[in-house]
Design a protein around this ligand. Structure first.
Ligand SMILES: Cc1cc2nc3c(=O)[nH]c(=O)nc-3n(C[C@H](O)[C@H](O)[C@H](O)COP(=O)(O)O)c2cc1C
Length: 413
């Protein structure tokens, strides 16, 4: 607790050492005394001006775009995933395909789904690390998170962690969730889908890392709480969910070839954007419930999936998310989106008189239950409504002593 208080008063976001690192449950009020709802959050000791985080992907792929994200006001940036040897990462083009709301795909109709078969960063690690250093030099108070992935090799993980930490990042997100390309090298979702492997790799990571570690979960698994639990039990300070959902965007009915089509062929990719939001809500809800029941040491939850509005973010926070990541939303609407997200989230907070994010974080979580319990609750409610509606069965039941109450029992409002 001591060290948390110290960090809370520090104006810089110096890399945090992990053992005492805990998410302070309180958000820091703006000192101006203004009545604006306060969006600032503190997660695993990391102070952010708002809960909106650039999700790993194209919006965090190089110095120029990450700088732009900080300038526009994003709460934190998670860089595109890096590995030791970028030469093994070979991308193809086209690598994106989109789903539009119009069933015939009219080009003016809104994009609701996005598939990618993009791999992790194909830029040399050294280049990325120099850019992280430069960004931390220019923005010492802003939160930069390195996203990492390696092959099933302890020494490789340790080397990657050491080099990425040296660049000055404030935290690490571990990509245990990329659904395409990388699993062929026993990376990404291949680890996130196998709890034994995951436990072992998390062990390696957590014996080396000195900054907070978030484990990024794949939704391509029957029960997402299992890898989330394993990651947290193995020492990770937080989990992020969700990465993209395994998808085939469609078949071109003229050419009879699948999309996105590379030299006549395709491969299943990862689905994101608005269409995945309800699925992400369900996964985040499941993880949040598990964390509430089993973990109370300040472990954090970063929600991801289809966020384009402040209301989308409010939903995730109402389920218990500490931060909200956006990837495809930035690819569609640009970095300025953060201003709209902040003002819409503040509008929501004003409507409910919430002055801080912590005022409503997790507030909707207790209202999830089992279907059996819904049936029971409904039967009880019907019984009570009938009892109330009944009033007096017959005029002969009126009494002198209870007359006022008996009258009340038959009034509708
Ligand atoms: C083109 C593209 C590339 C991505 N690359 C990465 C990556 O390198 N590492 C990672 O952890 N997630 C990656 N993601 C997944 C996103 O960070 C995010 O988890 C997912 O897209 C769902 O969020 P969204 O609907 O806001 O995009 C990528 C997503 C897209 C669309």
């Amino acid at each position: 607790m001591e060290s948390m208080t110290l960090r809370a008063s520090s104006s810089t976001a110096a890399p945090l050492h992990r053992l005492p690192s805990r998410r302070a449950a309180v958000s820091v009020r703006a000192s101006s005394g203004a009545s604006e709802p306060d969006l600032s959050v503190r997660v695993n000791g990391l102070k952010m001006p708002n809960p909106f985080v650039i999700g790993s992907g194209p919006p965090g792929t190089n110095y120029t775009v990450m700088k732009r994200a900080f300038d526009e006001g994003w709460g934190a940036v998670i860089a595109k995933t890096v590995s030791l040897d970028a030469e093994k990462v070979i991308n193809v083009t086209p690598r994106y395909a989109r789903l539009r709301a119009d069933p015939n795909g009219a080009t003016k109709s809104p994009i609701i789904g996005w598939q990618n078969i993009e791999l992790i960063s194909d830029r040399p690690l050294e280049t990325m690390l120099n850019e992280f250093k430069q960004l931390k030099k220019e923005y010492p108070d802003r939160i930069l998170i390195g996203s990492i992935m390696e092959e099933y090799n302890k020494a490789a993980w340790h080397e990657l962690i050491e080099r990425v930490e040296e660049s000055g990042v404030d935290a690490l997100e571990i990509n245990f969730s990329c659904p395409h390309g990388m699993p062929e090298r026993k990376m990404g979702a291949a680890v996130g889908q196998d709890c034994d492997l995951l436990e072992e790799v998390c062990g390696w990571i957590n014996e080396k890392a000195t900054v907070p570690v978030w484990a990024k979960m794949t939704p391509n698994i029957t029960d997402i709480t299992q890898p989330a639990r394993v990651s947290l039990k193995s020492g990770c300070e937080g989990v992020s969910a969700i990465n993209t959902i395994m998808s085939v965007m469609g078949i071109n009915l003229k050419t009879l070839r699948p999309e996105p089509c590379v030299e006549g062929y395709s491969t299943p990719g990862g689905y994101s954007a608005r269409a995945v939001h309800p699925i992400a809500l369900a996964k985040v809800m499941q993880i949040a419930r598990m964390m509430k029941e089993e973990f109370s040491d300040g472990q954090s939850l970063s929600a991801i999936g289809g966020v384009e509005t402040g209301n989308d973010a409010a939903e995730f926070i109402l389920l218990g998310a500490d931060t909200v990541q956006v990837c495809t939303g930035v690819m569609m609407h640009g970095y300025g989106l953060v201003k709209k997200l902040c003002s819409e989230l503040q509008d929501f907070m004003r409507q409910h008189n919430f002055s801080s994010v912590e005022d409503f974080r997790g507030s909707s979580l207790p209202y999830f239950t089992t279907h059996t319990d819904l049936v029971h609750r409904q039967q009880e409610a019907i019984k009570q409504r009938k009892a109330i509606r009944k009033g007096l069965a017959s005029d002969k039941d009126w009494t002198g002593d209870g007359f006022i109450k008996e009258t009340e029992s038959m009034v509708s409002n």
